[in-house]
Design a protein around this ligand. Structure first.
Ligand SMILES: [Fe+2]
Ligand SMILES: [Fe+2]
Length: 279
């Protein structure tokens, strides 16, 4: 019954699923730390640079849409701030990449710029022409996640769509948090932890901080059934683990991924505490 869904309950359930996703993500990052290769280091940093590149460009689209949707110039200024942070993240990962392959070495895989080469228009979100084929071929797990994410944005009732969008950057935030806690065993992981501590602080403001405001504006007329929406949130958390496993060059086996899937869907993982500040 929809009337049972108070703002507090919506916030609690949204954060719970994201936080359980972080606990699952810790299993993945632990496996990566244990099985690390230089190839895996270079791969995840290169992809992460591409994600930051995608974010810095699509926040420009979101600013444009928000202004056309009627927000004030003062509120639009917030986007300038976010875009600057995404550019800073891009630069930080570039510095980290230099630590692995040497300063000023060209980016190892130029195709990476297709990874999050998406645009938001009044018709919805989609890849720029030519990028989706590359992504589907080279990064099928990422393609699976991003397809669900775009489908949520394009096709769900507006309130549910906005709430699920917070699971996107919110989930990424968890991944950064796990890396911020990397064991300090060499210069690369020391550099990783240092930069990730900054990124986590920024990313908590790129989505998760919206959850409370959205929950208070819950609009059943523009929402899908709440349980069904939270099932999609769980699916996002599971596909996110698979996508990040691909980014780290597969430290987790299919059997381990299947176990994580069961834990996410049965609601049995102990939630991590990372989002307490925004709850
Ligand atoms: Fe970022
Ligand atoms: Fe961000």
């Amino acid at each position: 019954m929809s009337s049972e869904w108070t703002a507090d309950r919506i916030v609690e359930q949204t954060i719970r699923i994201m936080s359980q996703g972080v606990t699952a993500m810790q299993r993945l990052t632990d496996a990566y730390f244990a099985k690390r290769t230089q190839e895996a280091d270079v791969n995840w940093v290169t992809i992460q640079m591409a994600r930051e590149y995608g974010a810095m460009s699509f926040y420009g689209d979101l600013a444009r849409l928000a202004i056309r949707g009627g927000i004030s110039g003062r509120d639009a200024d917030e986007f300038t701030h976010i875009i600057k942070e995404e550019v800073d993240h891009y630069r930080s990962y570039q510095i980290l990449l230099d630590l692995t392959i040497g300063k000023d070495t060209p980016i190892p895989d130029d195709d990476c710029f297709h990874y999050l080469n998406i645009r938001f228009t009044p018709d919805g979100v989609a890849f720029f022409p030519g990028s989706e084929e590359v992504v589907a071929r080279k990064w099928p797990e990422h393609h699976r996640f991003i397809s669900l994410w775009m489908d949520n944005y394009n096709n769900l009732p507006s309130w549910s769509s906005k709430l699920l969008m917070t699971q996107g950057e919110g989930g990424s935030c968890g991944w950064h948090w796990c890396l911020a806690n990397a064991p300090q065993t060499d210069d690369f992981l020391k550099g990783t932890a240092k930069l990730e501590k900054v990124v986590v602080e920024d990313e908590l403001q790129h989505g998760p901080d919206e959850i409370r405001r959205l929950a208070e504006a819950y609009d059943p007329a523009n929402a899908m059934p709440m349980e069904a929406m939270f099932e999609i949130a769980r699916e996002m958390r599971y596909l996110d683990i698979r996508e990040r496993n691909e980014q780290f060059l597969y430290p987790l086996s299919e059997a381990e991924l299947e176990e994580i899937r069961g834990l996410i869907y049965s609601d049995t993982l102990e939630p991590a505490t990372i989002y307490d500040a925004v709850a």
